[in-house]
Design a protein around this ligand. Sequence first.
Ligand SMILES: [Zn+2]
Length: 89
Amino acid sequence: MEQASLQSANASVQSVDAFLQNIKKEEKEIQTLQQHIAEKKKCIRNYKQTLWTICNHEWVRDYFVSFDDSCKYYCKKCDLWRDKFYYFN
Ligand SMILES: [Zn+2]
């Protein structure tokens, strides 16, 4: 009886360790994915900055934006907003 109880306690400790390892592994994976997301966002930001610079923009009014939105015009070629500050701040 005592031995069975000891084995159960060992199994439980192993199980706790396994769960802790799994949690650490998943957290590390999240950290890696977050770094990937940050890199992708930076990449998109660079693309938009370049696009903003090279496109021969044709601005059109967006009538779906709210009346108090600071920018109401977007380019019908590159789809960027007319406010350069959005991309270069
Ligand atoms: Zn454009």
